[in-house]
Design a protein. Structure first.
Length: 273
């Protein structure tokens, strides 16, 4: 049996480090480039529709009937035995609530609120668009990996072979790696926090902290629901954080401008973001 309290403390420390590191360079100046809505609105909507289609009408034909990766890695079993709930259905419902409702509402409403508090309400649409785009990219990438890897979910792994095809949603049996809930919530948390930091909003740390806390909670609930191995959750957090930072941090950040400065007595270079 794993020491659950120690594991929880480690996650809390890791979350604090993420928030402190990511938010450390928030400044008053606005370093975010407003997205071209003619490109990024249809792109985000298209990715969102594609994800919905993959998760609903096309999930069965895109899913594998047999697992390619069928078992846990070294630490997965120990963490599962320490965290899985007796009432896995309740944990599953709670994880859907935090992952698909609370986390998106917090991220999108949060960036709007901190912009409003700084008197910059005009940014709310573009900020929300960047956050939504980050989540859409993360969702599509996650679904492609799930379809390719075809890892068996832990509750299915525990079933006798003759019962595996009789689950409530057999098309979902082999979509454990990596966790979509963890990827979505962490991409929302980090993208919203990064947007707030790049804008220079005073309360960027609150966006990071609340979003990361929701993502950690959702990941825990997915293990408690016996829907994912802990390794699925950890990779989901890492990928979600990477995409959540990359979209605003690289795609939508102002480019550095280098201007030569020449005077009768000196030569220099000025850089502006």
């Amino acid at each position: 049996m794993i020491d659950v309290s120690r594991w929880t403390v480690c996650l809390g420390v890791a979350a604090a480090l993420v928030v402190a590191t990511a938010a450390r360079d928030a400044r008053a100046e606005d370093r975010l480039k407003d997205p071209d809505r003619r490109i990024h609105v249809p792109l985000t909507l298209g990715l969102g529709v594609a994800y919905f289609l993959a998760e609903a009408p096309f999930k069965a034909p895109l899913s594998k009937d047999t697992c390619r990766w069928c078992g846990p890695v070294g630490f997965d079993d120990g963490i599962r035995s320490g965290l899985v709930w007796d009432d896995t259905g309740r944990a599953d419902t709670l994880s859907d609530a935090t992952g698909f409702f609370t986390a998106p509402v917090f991220a999108l409403a949060g960036v709007g609120l901190v912009a409003h508090l700084d008197g910059r309400r005009a940014n709310w649409f573009d900020d929300g668009l960047i956050v939504a785009e980050s989540a859409a990219v993360a969702g599509i990438f996650n679904y492609v990996i799930k379809a390719v890897v075809a890892r068996e979910r832990p509750f299915v792994y525990q079933l006798p072979p003759d019962q595996k095809a009789s689950t409530d949603h057999p098309q979902d049996n082999n979509q454990s790696f990596y966790s979509g809930h963890s990827t979505l919530t962490m991409s929302l948390a980090v993208s919203a926090g990064t947007v707030a930091s790049l804008r220079g909003y005073r309360h960027a740390r609150a966006i990071y902290g609340g979003g990361v806390a929701l993502s950690l909670t959702t990941g825990y609930l997915r293990v408690a629901a016996d829907k994912h191995w802990s390794s699925d959750i950890l990779i989901g957090w890492l990928v979600g954080a990477g995409i959540g930072y990359a979209i605003p941090g690289f795609v939508h950040t102002r480019r550095t401008e280098i201007t030569p400065l020449v005077s009768p007595t000196s030569v220099g270079v000025a850089m502006r973001w």
